[in-house]
Unconditional design. Sequence first.
Lengths: 110, 114
Amino acid sequence: QQPVQSPQAVILREGEDAVINCSSSKALYSVHWYRQKHGEAPVFLMILLKGGEQKGHEKISASFNEKKQQSSLYLTASQLSYSGTYFCGTEIQGAQKLVFGQGTRLTINP
Amino acid sequence: DTGVSQDPRHKITKRGQNVTFRCDPISEHNRLYWYRQTLGQGPEFLTYFQNEAQLEKSRLLSDRFSAERPKGSFSTLEIQRTEQGDSAMYLCASSLGNRINEQFFGPGTRLTVL
């Protein structure tokens, strides 16, 4: 039931782009994205709802393919502050809880 | 500070002892979640409250775990007869609304069971 994230880790130089994917074997109602820096709590980035509605930050974009039960997070022109571990949390229709993936560790080097 | 707070931040206990953690959510938030996170993994859902009602509890949670949210404000998570496998970071999050919305996480309580 846990969604699968890919890649598990990625290393970029500042200014490069990154795509993080999240796939589920279940029919999803929404996908939530969080970023967690080392030693800190997860911080909300975005919610993607079935039907296309999105709520989140202006500088980060994401997509939700309802047919494939997949979501992708797009980080463009990466900044040093983007470093951290990104988690997707998936919501199944009728389930009032998120199931988080194992995370994708993003490292941005100057 | 108007964010989510948790107490204590660190707890070291011996196997077999009982421990209790406290979470104070953002004051107007009606939903409160408890998660457990181990190294290299995402947060694992434990339970959640809508106001004072506990509406769901993970099937993975043994009877040694119990949570309360009296009066719909702060919440406590108790683990009885701790085991070494209980060692983890316990995170609390709160949100507003009647569905899963943006969750605000607290700093967590790191539990070490010796």
